[in-house]
Ligand binder design. Structure first.
Ligand SMILES: Nc1ncnc2c1ncn2[C@@H]1O[C@H](COP(=O)(O)OP(=O)(O)OP(=O)(O)O)[C@@H](O)[C@H]1O
Ligand SMILES: [Mg+2]
Length: 233
């Protein structure tokens, strides 16, 4: 049966997708395309020559699922230490929805993005430790990804408000990425190191913005609501 999402408020939205708490499982989320930003809109925005590619290549839900399956076959369950698990598609009244693990804090609210954490708290020792641990893991495994953006990583907190782990929730797919697994591991490790260096650089830039005061940059990385489970069940 198709999931009803159109009358529910999403807990977050990105540039491409709306994210809902799964109506039947508080620990999963369902991501659908934003109705106000269709695949056609996305293709148009790319400009020449990328707009010559087939429409299906702009579907990041399909791309994400394809890449997640590939990554799982290479890294096994170690992947889920820092990447949210992806379970495939379910029909919804807003089109096909990609279902994945919803990352929640111990207090049961949906975890905040790393961008929001750093904006609210600064680069705390706890956060530095988590970033170092995450980067070490990413480099050791050599996980291929697009750029590691601060709004595509969430910081999961324990009951004491300390970060348990950073989890990548988006940004693993890319239409131009066909990793050739025959290449040596050192190739992937080097690439992953470039991504973690770039992540650290983005943190520096965010901290500089924060120093200047003002408002949170953009809407990416802020939650619409905290997705706390309702107690009507
Ligand atoms: N599995 C998850 N657990 C917790 N929060 C999530 C999860 N997936 C998404 N979010 C929240 O929803 C926001 C938007 O999700 P997502 O990044 O998947 O959308 P998108 O449209 O693909 O983003 P982009 O603008 O990067 O293309 C994230 O920034 C994050 O705050
Ligand atoms: Mg995103």
């Amino acid at each position: 049966m198709s999931l009803n999402l159109s009358r529910v408020e999403p807990f977050a939205q990105g540039g491409n997708r709306l994210c809902f708490v799964h109506p039947d499982d508080q620990n999963r989320c369902v991501k659908v395309r934003r109705p106000d930003f269709t695949l056609e809109d996305r293709r148009r925005k790319k400009g020449f020559p990328k707009n010559l590619k087939p429409l299906s290549s702009f579907d990041d839900n399909a791309e994400e699922y394809r890449v997640m399956k590939q990554l799982y076959s290479r890294f096994g369950s170690a992947l889920y230490e820092h990447v949210s698990n992806c379970f495939g598609f379910e029909d919804t009244d807003m089109g096909k929805g990609l279902v994945s693990d919803l990352i929640r804090d111990n207090a049961q609210n949906v975890s905040h993005t790393l961008k929001q954490y750093i904006w609210d708290n600064g680069y705390t020792d706890d956060c530095k430790r988590s970033v170092n641990q995450f980067c070490g893991y990413w480099e050791a495994l050599g996980i291929p990804s697009r750029d590691l953006l601060l709004h595509n990583i969430v910081a999961q907190m324990d009951a004491e408000g300390c970060i348990v782990r950073l989890v990548v929730i988006d940004g693993l797919g890319s239409s131009s990425m066909f990793p050739n697994w025959m290449l040596p591991t050192s190739f992937f490790k080097k690439k992953a190191k470039r991504k973690t260096e770039n992540l650290r650089h983005r943190i520096e830039l965010l901290l500089q913005d924060r120093e200047k005061g003002g408002v949170f940059p953009g809407y990416h990385g802020l939650l619409i609501h905290d997705g706390a489970p309702s107690d009507k069940a």
